[in-house]
Design a protein around this ligand. Structure first.
Ligand SMILES: Nc1ncnc2c1ncn2[C@@H]1O[C@H](COP(=O)(O)OP(=O)(O)OP(=O)(O)O)[C@@H](O)[C@H]1O
Length: 429
């Protein structure tokens, strides 16, 4: 193993992820572990050079103050106790903090700044090979950032022992299923099972207008399709998953009650009892992107804007019809193309089109035509809890309107959504 590591032990500080990131920004790998880790478990982790016990406001769990075991405080490794109540000296000032941290990490712990993507990938390849041996791994590959990077890493580590299953449910953006096939089957020579399940999903969704119901049908059908494919394959022992560090942190630690439990491909029947392979579970999102880039994935995949699980299904508002879904896909492709051409790609956090289930009167070729309106949404956010609307140049909006109303079948109007969050959510459903 190539990377030195500093352990952060969780004594109820909300600052744990920030601290881990600060250590990583010094070039030294860091992981957060629960306060009750044993010394034996610490010794089982590779290349631990030092331990930071990070106290905080949630140090009391169920009325009892928690602490790290004395064997850890007394072990041979350097241990730093950080207490945000101010009892133990820990500078408030950002620059002083960084210096104190660097002194501990490099001075006391003698850690090498050898955390980089190349070493991370080399270590993960070794760990994956060790875990999987000569067995087979199955991965649900959406073409989204997380599962694509896992796929690329697993292909590097175990090649054809991996089978990827990509489900085209008809709700992906224009060109996405084709890109998955091109990148993974054609360029990376992966075992890729491409499932055309478009009719199956759209038939199930026909006439269903309740957003919750739509989401349930899409999620449930996805599990069924994936399960059917898994049963066709022989001798699979492992399931690859694109779990990333924020998923784990959000699922709750011992001092933080679960905020949400995160299961990527949860809901598989118990007899399909796979062991998980989760090589990205210690990476933050930007690190996942860097890993994908280092593995040679195209920028359009690695820097893709966030996309909801149920895909275009929640942007074809109300009951989905094939023609209106196609209009959503085509108008979204035009919007993305124009944003890319005009320097807004990568600047605006999320942008898309939605089409409500209403028509209004218009004129086409001199005759009255009842057609749909396309809604454009373009927002910026830091944490997705609040969002502001992008100030898109008016001339560009007019140009996009012109293209959409002339190139997309069944659309005679374009509206720009001016609503920040709150009161509007980012998505319409
Ligand atoms: N169309 C699909 N085909 C195959 N697998 C899928 C598909 N949609 C979702 N998945 C699987 O379900 C996981 C969770 O999907 P979700 O839409 O919540 O995306 P995510 O957590 O952002 O991950 P990703 O970035 O990989 O899409 C994906 O990582 C992938 O393993």
């Amino acid at each position: 193993m190539k990377q030195d590591m500093i352990l952060v032990l969780d004594l109820g500080s909300q600052e744990n992820p920030r601290l881990a990131r600060e250590i990583r920004s010094l070039g030294v790998y860091s992981e957060i572990h629960p306060h009750d880790i044993t010394l034996e478990q610490v010794h089982a982790l590779p290349n631990v050079k030092g331990i930071i016990v990070n106290g905080g406001p949630n140090r009391v769990v169920d009325g009892v103050e928690i602490d790290v075991s004395t064997e850890i405080y007394n072990c041979e490794l350097p241990v730093l106790l950080v207490d945000h109540k101010g009892e133990v000296g820990w500078p408030e000032d950002e620059a002083d903090r960084k210096e104190a941290l660097a002194n501990f990490v490099f001075g006391l712990c003698q850690a090498e700044p050898n955390w980089n993507m190349e070493n991370f990938i080399a270590d993960q390849v070794e760990l994956i090979r060790r875990q999987v041996g000569d067995k087979k791994v199955l991965l649900a590959l959406s073409g989204g950032v997380d599962s694509s990077v896992v796929a690329a890493l697993l292909i590097k580590a175990i090649g054809k022992q991996l089978t990827c299953v990509h489900v085209n449910h008809g709700l992906l953006r224009k060109g996405e299923p084709e890109q998955v096939v091109k990148v993974f089957r054609d360029e990376m020579d992966a075992n890729l099972v491409y499932v055309d399940a478009v009719d199956r999903f759209l038939d199930k969704l026909a006439g269903v207008s309740d957003p919750e119901q739509k989401r349930k049908i899409i999620g449930g059908e996805f599990i069924r399709v994936f399960e059917e494919e898994a049963r066709k394959l022989e001798g699979i022992s492992f399931l690859g998953q694109g779990t990333i560090y924020p998923d784990i942190i959000e699922s709750g630690t011992k001092t933080v009650k679960a905020v949400k439990s995160h299961h990527n491909v949860g809901g598989l029947p118990e007899d399909l009892d796979f062991e998980l392979v989760e090589p990205l579970k210690m990476l933050f999102k930007d690190e996942v992107r860097a890993c994908g880039k280092a593995l040679g994935l195209p920028d359009s995949m690695v820097y893709r804007q966030p996309f909801p699980g149920p895909g275009l299904g929640v942007r074809c508002l109300g009951a989905i019809t094939r023609d209106r879904l196609e209009a959503v896909r085509e108008s979204d492709a035009i919007l993305r193309e124009e944003f890319a051409k005009n320097g807004l790609e990568g600047k605006v956090w999320q942008y898309f089109t939605a089409i409500p289930d209403i028509k209004s009167v218009g004129v086409r070729d001199g005759v009255r035509a009842d057609e749909w309106p396309v809604i454009i949404r373009a927002v910026n956010t830091v944490d997705a809890m609040t969002a502001t609307v992008e100030d898109v140049p008016f001339a560009l909006l007019q140009h996009i309107t012109d293209r959409i109303t002339h190139e997309v079948k069944g659309v005679n109007r374009v509206l720009y959504d001016l609503t920040p969050k709150p009161t509007g959510t980012i998505e319409w459903e």
